[in-house]
Design a binder for this molecule. Structure first.
Ligand SMILES: [Zn+2]
Length: 290
């Protein structure tokens, strides 16, 4: 694994990435991303694919420190959680220690933002204390999308959803720390939510605007930079694959036109870069941390 902690500066917003896990191997979520196809995109190497055509993906959180706020975006998988995906089951990572090494104690975080309510974006919302799930960030407002929760709540009958709703979302709602937000909510001077629907019904990306500089955190409207060249490679986890495709094309085009520094929520190190338009598709040029 590369450096687990990396930092970028965008205007007066400091962006710090904490990696929970990063690995090369099959990426089941994008079924077309098999080695034979990936090797036809040599620009993905060495950051996003290895020389054998295995995709490299990451699960990480981003901390946004603005003059007013200290926000964690997407809280990864979490520890001690029973999950049906074996490589995500009962993890014991040092994520919170790494967060502290990066300079943030859990009580320093004043806002938790989830781009959407899937298992790999809500995990560290809670920690297990004396057999009970408690909020990890006790001094924070947890901002969940109203639309997103309306949909997710209805999936409780599905065990694949129930496993994370019950241990990572409901304890937060019961604790009273949740504030439900709209898909275009302004969080503070520099940070705004932006609807990027398709992967889920209430999916948002995060826009950062400061001192004339722009950055964005994608969430899962795409999972891997290969989907910049292959815009119609769908994710098997997309709620509405056609809408997801439309969102990918529209947002990648915006990012390319507006020279936005893009942080991919599952992009491997260095995880950030610029979207470049090529003919009828896009590629990604990485931007290294400070
Ligand atoms: Zn995800």
């Amino acid at each position: 694994m590369k450096n687990k902690i990396s930092t970028w500066q965008v205007g007066n917003v400091k962006i710090t990435r904490i990696i929970e896990g990063e690995r090369a191997g099959p990426m089941f979520v994008v079924p077309d991303a098999v080695p034979e196809n990936i090797l036809k995109m040599p620009w993905l190497q060495p950051y996003f694919s290895d020389s054998e055509g295995n995709t490299i993906v990451s699960v990480h959180a981003l901390i946004l420190e603005t003059p007013e706020k200290c926000i964690i975006v997407d809280t990864c998988l979490g520890n001690d959680k029973e999950r049906h995906i074996p490589s995500w089951n009962m993890l014991q990572t040092k994520f919170l220690e790494d967060l502290e090494l990066a300079g943030y104690k859990t009580d320093d975080i004043d806002t938790v933002l989830c781009t959407h309510l899937h298992t790999d974006h809500v995990g560290w919302n809670t920690v297990l204390v004396n057999d009970k799930w408690e909020p990890t960030f006790k001094k924070a407002d947890y901002l969940f999308g109203r639309e997103e929760w309306n949909y997710t709540e209805k999936q409780l009958g599905n065990p694949l959803y129930a496993e994370f709703i019950n241990d990572s979302i409901i304890p937060i709602i019961e604790s009273g720390l949740v504030r439900f937000v709209e898909i275009d909510e302004k969080i503070c001077e520099e940070i705004t939510l932006e609807p990027t629907l398709g992967h889920t019904p209430g999916h948002v990306s995060i826009m950062i605007n400061s001192e004339g500089k722009k950055a964005a955190i994608t969430g899962d409207f795409l999972h891997h930079p290969c989907q910049m060249e292959k815009l119609d490679w769908i994710s098997s986890a997309d709620w509405d694959p056609e809408l997801a495709k439309e969102t990918r094309r529209r947002k990648l085009s915006d990012y390319a036109n507006e020279k936005t520094l893009v942080f991919g929520t599952h992009f491997a190190s260095p995880s950030a870069g610029y979207v470049i338009k090529k003919d009828n598709h896009f590629i990604f040029e990485v931007h290294h941390p400070l």
